[in-house]
Design a protein around this ligand. Sequence first.
Ligand SMILES: CCCCCCCCCCCCCCCCCCCCCCCCCC(=O)SCCNC(=O)CCNC(=O)[C@H](O)C(C)(C)COP(=O)(O)OP(=O)(O)OC[C@H]1O[C@@H](n2cnc3c(N)ncnc32)[C@H](O)[C@@H]1OP(=O)(O)O
Ligand SMILES: NC(=O)C1=CN([C@@H]2O[C@H](COP(=O)(O)OP(=O)(O)OC[C@H]3O[C@@H](n4cnc5c(N)ncnc54)[C@H](OP(=O)(O)O)[C@@H]3O)[C@@H](O)[C@H]2O)C=CC1
Length: 515
Amino acid sequence: MSMIAAFYGSKSILITGATGFLGKVLMEKLFRTSPDLKVIYILVRPKAGQTLQQRVFQILNSKLFEKVKEVCPKVHEKIKPIYADLNQKDLAISKEDMQELLSYTNIIFHCAATVRFDDPLRHAVQLNVTATQQLLFMASQMPKLEAFIHISTAYSNCNLKHIDEVVYPCSVEPKKIIESMEWLDDAIIDEITPKLIAGRPNTYTYTKALGEMLVQQEGGNLNVAIIRPSIVGATWQEPFPGWVDNLNGPSGLIVAAGKGFLRSIKATPMAVADLVPVDTVVNLTLAVGWYTAVHRPKPTLIYHCTSGTINPCNWGKMGLQVLATFEKVPFERAFRRPNADFTTNYFTASCWNAVSHRAPAIIYDFYLRLTGRKPRMTKLMNRLLRTISMLEYFINQSWEWSTYNTEMLMSELSPEDQRVFNFDVSQLNWLEYIENYVMGVKKHILKEDMAGIPEARQHLKRLRNIHYLFNTALFLIIWCLLLARSQMARNMWFFIVSFCYKFISYFRASRTLKI
Ligand SMILES: CCCCCCCCCCCCCCCCCCCCCCCCCC(=O)SCCNC(=O)CCNC(=O)[C@H](O)C(C)(C)COP(=O)(O)OP(=O)(O)OC[C@H]1O[C@@H](n2cnc3c(N)ncnc32)[C@H](O)[C@@H]1OP(=O)(O)O
Ligand SMILES: NC(=O)C1=CN([C@@H]2O[C@H](COP(=O)(O)OP(=O)(O)OC[C@H]3O[C@@H](n4cnc5c(N)ncnc54)[C@H](OP(=O)(O)O)[C@@H]3O)[C@@H](O)[C@H]2O)C=CC1
């Protein structure tokens, strides 16, 4: 029997960000391995016109939770959605709900955050720092709390090349940043943001670093741990390979490449693609929750959940495998045949962006206008190029993360727990994982059925023919323009035609002689 699974049995667990990518997998694993847990409280806000109940219903009835329904038929009774909005000062949690959380919560997994790279600093601080402070304040009033697990990111200190499992202090105290957000206006905040995040590429990584510092400073005598995943990708093994449900990180670019929008991206092929499967992150998170509650390590331990040190893959290998998988499982209704490549310098990247991204979008929008339809390709392409510009920072360099604490934790696990809560990425077969990832993007994000592959192939064949036709027509137009304007071109054309004519005559003559 798994000690970790038994530990979570009968526990009352609070998960923030449970409706997110990581949060859903965390919830699924808890219900599947500890079906006798008492309750999982999830902070939820209404979204896209859905009520809390509708959102929970949608999650529990998704493919991800298929196995849970078998082992935990009463899952609907064990999950308690609590209205909350991390944008609000007191998280907008009602008095009754707050009283229940404070009285019964045994473990907190704080996953909620804004993961957008372009959020204004005020919004990122509110979600990734102030809300964390509120959670810590709540935790300090929970008599039954055994552990507070904070999910950060391995890139919180991406301004450093080698990152240890320690909290690196930020130049300005988190509390001062929180206070200043209350009285500075947006214009001033925009002005000082570059100076505050100095060395980091965006407000996301900066505010995650602030959040860590706050957890360390205000964790008080709570049992706290911090987990730093790198780039979280689709599931590796459980509940099934290839599950993913959002466009963040690699997923968005895999969609863009598979649909033929993305043709080139500035990347360093040999740079480490530090991906880590979401189920690996969840297994480590649950093991950390157990270890923190049972062994109460002091001071706060930080755990790196990365792959580059233990089982490195690089962007070149990943890109090639992604393209190879498109051959096997093409995406439907592609704009162009998938054919992307990495460029390694800005000049080439700019040329490719103009020729391969912007120009085709303009031509296609022109065609849409001609056929009386609304142009949309230029807007989509601009959005994709903006996304790429934000992701490029992470695919043009490598980092090194120490993994001492994570390896220590693995050694503390029994063989059964190492099997049930496996976070040993050294066993990961990258080619197989990336293939499953791309297939998962097709199935779970694009909602495309595998039965549509023959039609998708036919569509790609048509695109190839159109591509050849277009290139031939373009060549002929240019050649005719050249012939009309250049005597040298005419002479060359005459030479080529006469050479071909003589060759054919000679060929015919030699065939006649042979007979
Ligand atoms: C040798 C060579 C061989 C050949 C090779 C060939 C190559 C082969 C090609 C294959 C490549 C594979 C390898 C390369 C992988 C590199 C990944 C590196 C990731 C590392 C980052 C993670 C590090 C840190 C990890 C962390 O710690 S956290 C990570 C999680 N955080 C993020 O990844 C946030 C990113 N995103 C945003 O920051 C916001 O998305 C934002 C960008 C501001 C846009 O923002 P905006 O333009 O406003 O767009 P949205 O409003 O978001 O969406 C508006 C509309 O676009 C949709 N859409 C949202 N997003 C995306 C997206 N991405 N891509 C596409 N569409 C998207 C959305 O569906 C919505 O559609 P609609 O609803 O309108 O219909
Ligand atoms: N994805 C990745 O590659 C990595 C993620 N991480 C960390 O993992 C954690 C989870 O990330 P991930 O699951 O990918 O992110 P998602 O964007 O998928 O999920 C974010 C979660 O936070 C919730 N949330 C956001 N804003 C609010 C708000 N104002 N009020 C209430 N809830 C809110 C979202 O709720 P809602 O559904 O209502 O929007 C959602 O449940 C984050 O802390 C992130 O920093 C770390 C490294 C890599």
